[in-house]
Design a protein around this ligand. Structure first.
Ligand SMILES: NC(=O)c1ccc[n+]([C@@H]2O[C@H](COP(=O)([O-])OP(=O)(O)OC[C@H]3O[C@@H](n4cnc5c(N)ncnc54)[C@H](O)[C@@H]3O)[C@@H](O)[C@H]2O)c1
Ligand SMILES: [Zn+2]
Length: 360
């Protein structure tokens, strides 16, 4: 097991990464001094796989565990699901020190986190991420939210967890497409902040693919550590946190134009290729470094091209983001592997050229 401490002005917390952590949850929670009744929020599929182990882990340390399930899927990341959970918490007698455990991927983490942030003005939140994306990204940083129709994450808050337990054994049951989704963000962290991790990934893709436990533990630890380091410096997303959006400008546009047929991780992977090419053509990034980034993305089994013929549509979707960013399209660009910067000086004709080139 590896442990990382996230240090924030109001709430600091540990992230534990390792195998078989579900069964140690009770012991870890005990140290934090919460009430002896804990509520697990999950969906039926994840619950069937892991709720029993988590429950045993809690009960062996003297906790009583209550299980609450919401249906699977982003379409249930809503205020209506939150309402159902508030009523269930109240029925179960949950009070201010009752910890809420979010057992699942980013959907459950965001929803249960939102509920924990708002029920009785805030109860302790424990993130138990079970997808690679949630382990390297969404469980850390304190962004919690629900959707409102097509408006993703539009109602939310910053609410840090009290503890994050990333049990990498749970990744064994994760479908390959979901693993890839998380891989895009894992690689993104290396590209923006950690040249060494990038090189480890270049050399260890076989180990990653075969889910070698030691390798996974090491690279997840380092990847989430990068996110945590950025969050420590910019908890409320006022500046530096922007760099976590590497590849997301074009990525979001592709996702949206495809009607979300392109998954987030795929959008980000193609978007990272686009941002890398843009960085190179604007003269910021050397060709050999650009080649390495694109090669790693491809070798990791992530897409580097899209099949959306209408580049005009993609450009219009990009402009929608622009409105939100105060009139200019913002890009995170690469100076070298491990070093990025924010630019609103990217020529849209260059973006369109690259987007067209990536059509295959
Ligand atoms: N809060 C943040 O900072 C942040 C960051 C990135 C993404 N997000 C949010 O995260 C969500 C996406 O999260 P995700 O990619 O983890 O997807 P997800 O939560 O939808 O999980 C993907 C699928 O895998 C299943 N699953 C989860 N763990 C499993 C396991 N161990 N074995 C088998 N199946 C398992 C889930 O039931 C689901 O069907 C989006 O709602 C996004 O907005 C939040
Ligand atoms: Zn992302």
């Amino acid at each position: 097991m590896k442990t990382l401490r996230v240090t924030l002005p109001r709430q600091s917390y540990d992230i534990h990464i390792g195998r078989g952590l579900l069964s140690q949850t009770g012991e870890k929670l005990k140290e934090l001094g919460f009430s002896r009744r804990a509520v697990i929020i999950t969906n039926p599929a994840i619950g069937a796989l892991y709720a029993a182990a988590l429950r045993r882990g809690l009960e062996s340390a003297g906790f009583e565990a209550v299980l609450l399930e919401v249906p699977e899927g982003e379409k249930y990341k809503t205020l209506s699901s939150a309402g159902f959970l508030y009523r269930a918490l109240s029925r179960q007698g949950a009070e201010r020190m009752t910890p809420v455990l979010a057992l699942g991927g980013g959907v459950i983490g965001d929803l249960a986190g939102f509920v924990a942030a708002t029920y009785m003005r805030g109860v302790p939140l424990v993130q138990v991420p079970t997808t690679l994306l949630a382990q390297v990204d969404s469980s850390t940083g304190g962004k919690v939210a629900v959707d409102q129709g097509r408006l993703k994450n539009i109602v939310g808050s910053f609410y840090q967890p009290s503890l994050v337990l990333a049990d990498i054994s749970t990744l064994k049951t994760l479908p390959g497409s979901e693993f890839n989704n998380g891989m895009a963000e894992l690689i993104k962290h290396a590209i923006i902040r950690d040249k060494e991790l990038f090189a480890r990934l270049e050399g260890g893709l076989g180990l990653l693919r075969s889910m070698d436990g030691d390798f996974l533990e090491e690279v997840i630890y380092r990847s989430v550590g990068i996110k945590a380091g950025v969050v420590e410096k910019d908890e409320r997303d006022m500046g530096l946190r922007n760099i976590l959006n590497y590849g997301h400008t074009v990525g979001h546009a592709l996702e949206s134009v495809s009607g979300f047929a392109i998954k987030h991780g795929s959008g980000v992977a193609i978007g990272m290729v686009a941002a890398t090419l843009i960085s190179q053509r604007m003269g910021f990034l050397a060709a050999d470094e650009s080649d390495r980034v694109i090669r790693l993305i491809k070798n990791a089994g992530l897409p580097a091209s899209h099949s959306l013929a209408d580049s005009g549509k993609i450009m219009r979707a990009l402009q929608q983001d622009k409105k939100r960013a105060g009139g200019r399209v913002r890009f995170i660009l690469l100076r070298s592997i491990g070093e990025v910067f924010l630019s609103d000086q990217v020529d849209l004709s260059l973006v369109e050229e690259v987007v067209k080139e990536l059509y295959a």
